[in-house]
Design a protein around this ligand. Structure first.
Ligand code: BG6
Length: 492
């Protein structure tokens, strides 16, 4: 079949993503016998390397144990490299010829996936250049294009990019990466909701008080100051990863588990987001930036002292926001999302806060303020799910305490939790776009967040709150939530 014979072309093959994520993911797929029977990877970038040089470079990111040596070598044999001025159409006949030769030599059919792991400014250049040598279409077999994030830097640029891509490729050929959708635990949200008769009947405004999504990172901007300073948490995490998680939590059951059925439902969620006004930005959006501090006795730099960052930068490294989804299911239920760098720990989770019981029979002071019931969906690390509920404290009286019922993925013995890129690459090889963002949804998500960018740009009075590195962001973020606080995973 087509799926069993294909070549993956990686543009930006000398970059970080290729060695850290893509090659290790491909190796895992190889080990598990998931790669197509006839398969080759062609790395492409400016750097002048031979096939051998490229293989050598990649070896470092593959297992070094003696037992795996034979397999690693066998896998490396599938890697090839072609130096190319990727921004220059004149170079593309070279690519065309190389692909033809490679396919012939290895008796692989001319089914090609082009993975754009390049600087974003090439996202519309490479597709045009591919089209100039007819690599964008074929009468038999397939041509697919994978585009890394960021997909645009604002609403206009995202629309423009979509339009340009569609000049050369059909929507069905375009796979927009959001690696959060590749996470096993994000996909499991659909199963939790739609395979269990006990959750979905109460998954709405009648029973849910609020929804909280946190994606915290302990790391700072590391070596990516230059990129990050032009991006910030909103563009880096919120418009894409957090919004996709909102889609999974909030969508209606799809008609079937298929790419368009699921993606239609995600789009509907985005279409129902209550538009944000400038006033909302002042009241319901908090941005912060980490400042120097001490973590466990060690001095930690502030964001403005990081390499590549403007010393007067107002770029946000923390973002929190309250918003609503104006539809039948979610009417009146506030959604709170939050993300940041240099927070106390790395954790991503979705917390569903259920309403309290209509009447309080058991009066124990601390607990009757709120509901005992939360469903915590832990995306990472320690992937799993936790249900909190009230239980009688043994002994005299009727005191209630909150206890946990939980499941952790690591309890499933001998089950491999595939890395996001493993799953996504495999899906694209099989022509399944379910876990890739569709153009219309990406644009809708931009449409939703664009007023925030506008308000920040037009109104320098809107504060950027400093927060000491290693804390949970600015204190004001707590005031966003009316009847309660965020869940602080380190503390409870
Ligand atoms: C990337 C962002 O898309 O996601 C990074 O550019 C961020 O800044 C990363 O660190 C987080 O991904 P994960 O899978 O580690 O949660």
């Amino acid at each position: 079949s087509q799926t069993e014979s294909q070549i993956l072309v990686i543009f930006g093959a000398s970059g970080d993503l290729t060695k850290r994520k893509l090659i290790p993911a491909l190796y895992e797929l190889y080990l598990r016998n998931f790669l197509p029977q006839k398969f080759a990877v062609l790395g492409v970038s400016r750097t002048n390397l031979s096939d051998e040089d490229f293989r050598d470079k990649m070896t470092e990111f593959l297992p070094s144990a003696e037992e795996q040596k034979a397999q690693v070598n066998d896998f490396l044999d599938k890697l090839y490299y072609q130096p190319l001025a990727t921004d220059d159409a004149y170079d593309y006949p070279i690519l065309r010829d190389r692909l033809t030769t490679l396919a012939k030599q290895n008796t692989i059919a001319e089914n090609f996936i082009f993975y754009l792991s390049t600087p974003p400014k090439l996202y519309d250049v490479i597709p045009a250049n591919l089209a100039s040598v007819d690599l964008n279409q074929t009468a038999d077999g397939f041509r697919r294009l994978i585009i890394e994030k960021p997909f645009g830097t604002d609403l206009e640029s995202a629309k423009r990019l979509n339009k340009k891509l569609l000049d050369y490729f059909e929507e069905e050929q375009i796979y927009r990466i959001d690696h959060y959708l590749g996470k096993e635990s994000v996909q499991n949200m659909l199963v939790t909701r739609f395979a269990n008769g006990i959750f979905e009947p109460i998954w709405n405004h009648n029973f849910i008080e609020r929804v909280e999504i946190t994606s915290a990172e302990a790391l700072g901007v590391e070596e990516r100051g230059g990129y990050y300073d032009n991006s910030g948490a909103m563009r880096d995490m919120v418009q894409n990863h957090l919004m996709q998680m909102v889609g999974m939590v909030a969508m209606e059951p799809p008609v079937v588990i298929e790419a368009d059925a699921i993606r239609n439902e995600v789009l509907k969620v985005f279409q129902s987001l209550r538009p944000i006004s400038e006033e909302d930005v002042v009241n319901n959006v908090i941005r912060g930036q980490y400042i120097e501090s001490h973590i466990k006795g060690e001095a930690v730099k502030g964001y403005r002292d990081e390499k590549g960052v403007n010393p007067e930068s107002r770029t946000e490294t923390f973002f929190a926001m309250k918003f609503f989804i104006d539809n039948w299911r979610w009417s009146g239920v506030p959604f709170y999302i939050r993300t940041g760098k240099k927070l106390p720990t790395r954790v991503t989770e979705v917390v569903i806060h259920f309403k309290k019981t209509p009447h309080h029979l058991f009066g124990n002071l601390a607990d009757d303020q709120h509901s005992h019931n939360q469903l915590v969906i832990r995306i990472q690390p320690d992937e799993g799910i936790l249900l909190k509920f009230g239980m009688k404290v043994p002994g005299a009286g009727f005191n209630v305490q909150t206890v946990n019922m939980d499941f952790h993925y690591d309890e499933l013995r001998n089950v491999h939790l595939p890395a996001a890129y493993e799953r996504l690459l495999l899906d694209c090889m099989q022509g399944d776009a379910t876990l890739y963002s569709r153009g219309d949804a990406v644009v809708k998500a931009w449409e939703f967040v664009q007023p925030i960018l506008n308000a920040w740009a037009n109104n320098p009075e809107i504060p950027v709150y400093g927060y000491p590195a290693g804390t949970w962001g600015p204190d004001v973020a707590d005031q966003l939530i009316e009847n309660g606080t965020w869940r602080y995973p380190c503390k409870n």
